[in-house]
Design a protein around this ligand. Structure first.
Ligand code: PMV
Length: 326
């Protein structure tokens, strides 16, 4: 009745931003991403005899009430599948700042889903696990399969899940992440999804998303960084334009984010192939070839507002591990 899983965060090249079905997290557009090997969450779930309240420890402290409710609601979905009401003890640890646009909810809900299912003896196929993880946090469905992952919108719960289009070893890309703030974002992505339709730019973003996903998929398969990078940057700017023009508006970027973005554009103009993307937070992900990563990191560390640079490679899928956290 105890299992531990590890899952990586992922960075979306084409973003999920807005729901066709808010409760089921069925997205309005397809998305595509890469798992990040060095940004992970480890979660141990133990089910204890009898009903009662769940205990949830996140990064060494009891979860705040909102997180506790979200975790319990997710455990309820897994318990319902197993036909049980036993209470759980959850201990979870992420090795990167959570809630700052580094997709911590993706790795957290992917690890929670796999650990809870395994602890209850459920052997679910990858697509089923991915769809289940999506109910906890949309982008978590892309952290279940390995490597480069596409999330097809799907019109029903079971059909809306992530599928791997290439394994991590397919392309040794590097994601150099400029951390310009490690504090919690003020408007969570759930609220962002809900506000998206209020933007006059929402429809245009959604209409072009499938084309950008196709461009990214082709570029990944061909290992073509220039095509991937330009589709990714276009999608990033559109997602943030929708957020900025939502009612009420949301601005995730800080002056530090802009310093990095402007530097990337200048370095590229000077011949360094590096491209940026930003999730629902201020930190900037910079994609480049393995051979350019060291010099990109060195340059990034000198920029104003950059507190730290983390480097990630393409990561694997969610997996069970033998060592438990508690
Ligand atoms: O999974 P959520 O609800 O936290 O939404 C993720 C939103 C973005 O990170 C901005 C985009 C994405 O597709 O990961």
């Amino acid at each position: 009745m105890k299992a531990t899983a590890v899952a990586n965060a992922n960075i979306a090249f084409v973003k999920y931003w807005g729901d066709a079905d808010l409760a089921l997290h069925l997205p309005v557009n397809p998305s595509i991403s890469m798992n990040l090997d060095s940004l992970s969450t480890v979660t141990t779930v133990a089910f204890l005899d009898g009903p009662g309240a769940d205990r949830v420890i996140v990064d060494g402290a009891p979860a705040n009430p909102a997180t506790h409710r979200r975790v319990t609601a997710h455990l309820d979905r897994v318990r319902a599948l197993a036909g049980t009401k036993v209470r759980a003890r959850v201990v979870s640890r992420s090795d990167f700042p959570t809630g700052a646009g580094l997709a911590s909810s993706a790795s957290a809900f992917a690890a929670l889903t796999l650990a809870a299912a395994a602890a209850l003896g459920l052997e679910l196929p990858e697509g089923t696990l991915s769809a289940l993880a999506r109910l906890g946090s949309g982008s978590a469905c892309r952290s279940i399969p390995p490597g480069f992952v596409e999330w097809v919108t799907g019109e029903s719960h079971g059909a809306s899940c992530g599928r791997s289009i290439a394994p991590p070893e397919h392309w040794p890309l590097r994601d150099c992440i400029a951390i310009v703030s490690a504090t919690h974002k003020t408007v969570g992505s759930r609220e962002g999804h809900a506000r998206a339709p209020s933007s006059p730019l929402h429809r245009a973003r959604v209409e072009g998303a499938a084309g950008r996903v196709a461009a990214c998929r082709g570029a990944i398969l061909a290992r073509d960084l220039a095509t991937l990078g330009s589709a990714m940057e276009a999608d990033t700017v559109m997602m943030h334009a929708v957020a900025r023009t939502s009612r009420p508006p949301i601005c995730y970027w800080t002056p530090g984010s802009l310093h990095v973005i402007r530097a990337i554009l200048a370095w590229r103009a000077a011949g360094v192939p590096v491209y940026y993307t930003v999730d629902a937070g201020p930190n900037v992900h910079c994609l480049c070839d393995e051979a350019d990563a060291a010099s990109v990191v060195q340059r990034m560390e000198k920029l104003p507002g950059v507190q730290q640079v983390r480097v990630a490679r393409p990561g694997g899928g969610a997996r069970l591990v033998p060592e438990h956290l508690a």
